[in-house]
Design a protein around this ligand. Structure first.
Ligand SMILES: [Zn+2]
Ligand SMILES: [Zn+2]
Length: 340
């Protein structure tokens, strides 16, 4: 595995690549196109890629732009109550997959589960179209290490609101997965596969929704649903809303809200953000105690993802949920408190 990781992108002499002549424009476009399918293609030399200046990689970003463009399909397909219900349902299930699994499990390991369940969690998270679990976790762990410091790739305090909200994910520097930061996850080949071919699950989901809508159109014509409607509402609109809600934690939760703990970063607590992200809005709590499964520390801090995870623990699918440290409740507010 060690050698496989090295091949992937841990070459210690990584900066050697920086001295090579730059790729031609055509070759660069071909690499970006190949990465639509295989996210690890051409990313062996991670340090050289990270050393590049921040700029939008347009070809690589095109599917993300098309995701937004797909919402305009509503002009042609119209709407129906079942289509809107599917959009809301897809939003809620996949938001939970992002917060409960990508964030609280893969990024922070705040509970334990089986290898099979872990694989299912990764598939559910991948359906949210926020790339693979290892990429997500590696970026997020880096965020906690450097929150609101110069090295933080999506700090609104350093790079402005729009860069933290959407710009950073379009930058060539931030596309590769830093496998060295997620060694605990990279030892599972099935997770690496989902991470590498990160468009596979979203494409399958889009096809299933389209076919499902066509089937309903044939067998329940009175409902007024079409394949196009389920594709546009269930996939494009739902996924775009999901992206912006998730991203608001990177941007808004470091700008607006209250601070219970004087952490070294600018993280904030916000009820509104907690409601739209199923619990992630208690971001100052989370930055202070990132190992806790629960982010709303008090009963009035609504944290839907935690309630669902607690329910899952009663079924035996997950266990060893890591509690909020007792010190969190009587802790004096001190400047520069470090995370646990
Ligand atoms: Zn943060
Ligand atoms: Zn976190």
């Amino acid at each position: 595995m060690e050698s496989k990781l090295k091949k992937r992108n841990e070459n210690p002499e990584t900066l050697a690549e920086a001295g090579k002549p730059p790729r031609s424009r055509g070759a660069g476009i071909m690499v970006s196109l190949a990465q639509w399918v295989d996210a690890d293609y051409g990313t062996t030399d991670l340090a050289a890629i990270r050393a590049k200046p921040d700029r939008v990689e347009w070809v690589r970003t095109l599917p993300f732009l098309l995701l937004h463009g797909g919402c305009l399909g509503v002009i042609w397909v119209g709407w129906s109550w079942p289509a809107v219900a599917v959009a809301v349902g897809m939003y809620l299930v996949r938001m939970f997959a992002i917060t409960g699994f990508y964030h609280r499990y893969f990024s922070h390991r705040t509970f334990q589960t089986s290898r099979v369940a872990q694989f299912v969690f990764a598939l559910m998270g991948a359906s949210a179209v926020q790339r693979g679990p290892l990429w997500w976790a590696s970026q997020h762990r880096h965020h906690h290490q450097h929150a609101d410091e110069e090295a933080d790739v999506h700090s609104p305090c350093r790079r402005g609101f729009w860069w933290s909200h959407i710009g950073w994910i379009t930058s060539a520097r931030n596309f590769p997965t830093a496998y060295a930061r997620v060694r605990d996850l990279a030892k599972f080949p099935e997770l690496v596969f989902i991470n590498r071919f990160d468009s596979l699950v979203p494409v399958v989901l889009a096809i299933v929704l389209f076919l499902g809508g066509n089937i309903l159109h044939s067998f329940r014509p009175a409902w007024g649903v079409t394949g196009g409607q389920l594709l546009v509402w269930g996939f494009f609109i739902s996924t775009t809303a999901l992206f912006h809600a998730t991203s608001s934690i990177n941007s808004m939760a470091h700008l607006f809200g209250s601070r219970r703990y004087e952490t070294a970063d600018n993280s904030r607590n916000s009820l509104l953000l907690a409601l739209i992200t199923l619990g992630e809005g208690w971001h100052n709590n989370h930055h202070r105690h990132m190992s806790a499964v629960r982010q709303g520390f008090f009963w009035w801090e609504i944290d839907i993802s935690y309630y669902v995870l607690k329910g899952l623990s009663w079924t035996g699918v997950i266990w060893d949920l890591r509690p909020v440290p007792r010190t969190a409740y009587g802790e004096p507010v001190t400047a520069g408190a470090g995370p646990d």
